[in-house]
Design a protein around this ligand. Structure first.
Ligand code: FES
Length: 230
């Protein structure tokens, strides 16, 4: 994991917008007396969103003052949790998972693609649209390799699919998150091979339903019928 330091260049100050201030005060009120500091994570997250994806030092101090925290406490929190960025990021922030399952499935090529199309890790493109960094496991290993862009996961990537995604985002066009190779969620390529017994999808009092077709799995209807033991 990279060293976590505050950015060299900092803005003059920070203050919540009236709407965010009202929201933050509502979060604080949820905590019992003397425990207002419990609201620190959501409030820091809101501050980061307001600034555009990172936390300048004035914002850290502002939140610390709000919660009656010593500044060192807020620095500890902001430097510990990697969901907080301590330097400016691009409009689209790409987090590339480099942990073992993703690495075994081609994360190095994904990182090379980011270097080629965006630049060095942490560097913001001239148009301000992109920056990227490597992160630890994003918790979607079954769809490795995975990147998180803003709030969405893009999975089962190869350099070409990532390149297409970045191109679409640059053009301002919507991109469908999730698997990028035609997989359905984490089902095998080509479609589900388990839970295909039609009995599983029969409604309690209704007509038999078809089992999911390969490549077209829908959410199974809720039913109290349990699979037969094999
Ligand atoms: S290792 Fe990449 S999501 Fe878990």
């Amino acid at each position: 994991m990279s060293v976590r330091r505050l950015a060299t260049h900092q803005p003059e100050g920070f203050a919540f917008t009236p709407a965010n201030l009202e929201w933050a005060n509502a979060q604080i009120k949820k905590s019992p007396d003397g425990r207002q500091a419990s609201a620190v994570l959501p409030i820091l997250w809101r501050a980061q969103e307001q600034v555009g994806g990172w936390l300048p030092e004035p914002a850290l101090r502002y939140v610390a003052d709000m919660l009656g925290l010593a500044y060192i406490r807020i620095y500890e929190i902001a430097t510990f949790y990697t969901m907080f960025n301590l330097a400016p990021v691009g409009r689209h922030y790409v987090q590339v998972c480099g942990t073992t399952p993703c690495w075994l499935r081609g994360a190095d090529e994904i990182k090379d693609t980011c270097r080629r199309l965006i630049g060095a890790p942490g560097q913001v493109t001239e148009d301000g649209l992109f920056s990227w960094t490597e992160v630890e496991c994003l918790g979607a290993c079954v769809n490795a390799p995975v990147v998180q862009i803003d709030k969405d996961y893009y999975e089962d990537l190869v350099p070409k699919s990532l390149e297409r995604i970045l191109k679409e985002l640059k053009a301002g066009r919507p991109v469908v998150p999730g698997p990028q190779d035609g997989r359905q969620a984490s089902a095998p390529l080509g479609g589900p091979i388990t839970l295909t017994d039609p009995e599983l999808y029969r409604e309690e009092a209704g007509a038999p339903a078809d089992p999911p077709k390969p490549g077209a799995l829908k959410q199974a209807p809720r039913t109290s019928r349990r699979p037969k033991p094999r």
